[in-house]
Design a protein around this ligand. Structure first.
Ligand code: ATP
Ligand code: MG
Ligand code: MG
Ligand code: MG
Length: 439
């Protein structure tokens, strides 16, 4: 991509409304534009990262055996009356009336709708287990939308729903989600720690929130520092293997890690003092087993092996896809801008031409651009007639992992400069060697 043809409306000034660094950088880097409180347009750079995150989520869901689909954003109130949540949900639900006077709502979540899809189409235990998921915009009329996309009103969520015959199978589905989420966040360059969460009115131990540690997080968290040493890494997972998934759940959840909602001082004090940590965290996902709450209320039963109807065991599992952009930036930036992890970066490398219009420099940049593309990577070539300082500042702000700087002086010696955004280290290399290093 040539910057001269792209749409990257970088702001020089720090927007005064942004209180936290991720919000500031997303606005300054021209990634989002607020359209009204908690509602944003995703400008090309922001949209590109959002799509990358979405792709990672899709790939990891499919790897775990889950089936993608898409449900609408607008829902009929009737389904929510069946489950009893139409009245319970309160003011976070955006209620709409259509021209015929029918009550509609912009979905804040999809348990009712998916249960309706299920009961209309599945009648035998032989069709289980089943996990359906979608990645769709949600609307929650948050009292205090803030921090940019972190607490939006319209936001993108992956929500998946599990259907099983027995509690044992449903808990395996729960474990499978935990395992696949660990992989998902690690691919995004994030450490998201599963912490025991509050089961709410349904209760039970089977819910975990995934938290990214960050000072600006809205949750207070308490944990044993040993949890931060756990790495998922590149493991071979058989998602049908109950024992393997259960083992990973135990590995990642047996050390103390809770949010303030479930914090237990006595248990926390049993952790050796030097490992006790109190911090703040950003909730980037939650998994939940809730049994037959919706299936009983909405009549989602299957015929069991003995021919008798059984209400299906369910769980729901969410990832805050748009919130993740903010969380990644909170976890990875410096005072010059964003530092994208390789797995989610909008472009892999920025090419800075120090003397646009110089025949040799232009030709060298174009050749580098082509050879990066040939590797299947995406370069962003700053081909504008701008001062070098401004070009560097833009590259630092948008945070691509690598920058290749090309100028007539270096080219006379056959070299360009390769700079790592994360370490700030530069080295002079031939153009070919620089490209090789990125590959
Ligand atoms: P929170 O506690 O932050 O209000 P939640 O517990 O209400 O979130 P869930 O119902 O668990 O949210 O939804 C699944 C995921 O969707 C959350 O873990 C979070 O990452 C994301 N999410 C929830 N609300 C918002 C929001 N207003 N803006 C952006 N992402 C959100
Ligand atoms: Mg909420
Ligand atoms: Mg929450
Ligand atoms: Mg939650």
């Amino acid at each position: 991509m040539r910057l001269s043809r792209y749409f990257l409306p970088v702001l020089k000034e720090t927007p005064s409304e942004a209180q936290i660094v991720s919000h500031r950088y997303m606005l300054r880097a021209g990634m989002i534009k607020q359209s009204s409180a908690g509602i944003y347009s995703w400008l090309p750079l922001g949209f590109k990262v959002l799509r990358k995150l979405e792709n990672i989520v899709h790939e990891e869901q499919v790897r775990a055996g889950h089936v993608p689909m898409l449900m609408p954003t607008l829902q009929s109130a009737d389904l929510w009356r069946e489950s009893g949540r139409y009245d319970d949900y309160g003011e976070e639900m955006l209620r709409i009336t259509d021209r015929h006077g029918r009550d509609m709502l912009y979905g804040p979540t999809n348990e009712e709708m998916i249960t309706d899809v299920f009961r209309s189409n599945v009648s035998s235990y032989k069709d289980l287990p089943l996990t359906l998921y979608h990645i769709q915009w949600k609307f929650r009329d948050e009292v205090r939308p803030r921090f940019g996309v972190m607490r939006g009103r319209e936001f993108l969520m992956k929500d998946g729903y599990t259907f099983d015959l027995t509690k044992d199978d449903a808990l395996h589905a729960y474990n499978r989600h935990l395992v696949s989420y660990l992989r998902t966040y690690e691919r995004m360059g994030l450490q998201a720690i599963p912490m025991r969460a509050d089961g709410g009115p349904i209760g039970g131990d089977y819910t975990h929130e995934f938290l990214v540690l960050a000072e600006t997080g809205e949750s207070e968290v308490f944990y044993d520092s040993a949890v931060t040493d756990l790495k998922f890494g590149d493991r071979d997972i058989d998602f049908d293997d109950k024992a393997q998934c259960q083992g990973i759940l135990e590995e990642f959840t047996s050390k103390y890690a809770r949010t303030d909602e479930t914090h237990d001082e006595a248990l926390f004090n049993a952790v050796p003092e030097e490992r006790r940590r109190t911090a703040r965290g950003i909730e980037v996902g939650q998994i939940f087993y809730f049994g037959t709450k919706y299936s009983e209320a909405m009549g989602a039963t299957v015929q069991g092996p003995d021919g008798k109807p059984v209400p299906v065991e369910m769980g729901s599992h969410g990832i805050g896809v748009s919130r993740l952009l903010g969380a990644i930036i909170e976890a990875s930036h410096d005072d010059k801008g964003i530092i994208w992890p390789e797995g989610v970066t909008p472009f892999h490398v920025g090419i800075v031409n120090l003397k646009q219009g110089d025949e040799e420099a232009d030709a060298a940049c174009e050749a580098i651009e082509k050879s990066i593309e040939a590797l299947g990577l995406e370069p962003l070539y700053d081909d504008r007639k701008e001062r070098a300082g401004g070009k560097f500042a833009t590259m630092d702000l948008i945070g691509l992992p690598w920058r290749i700087t090309v100028g007539p002086r270096g080219l006379k010696n056959g070299v360009v400069e390769l700079t790592s955004r994360r370490t700030g280290e530069s080295e002079e290399l031939s153009p070919e060697a620089a490209v090789q290093k990125i590959a």
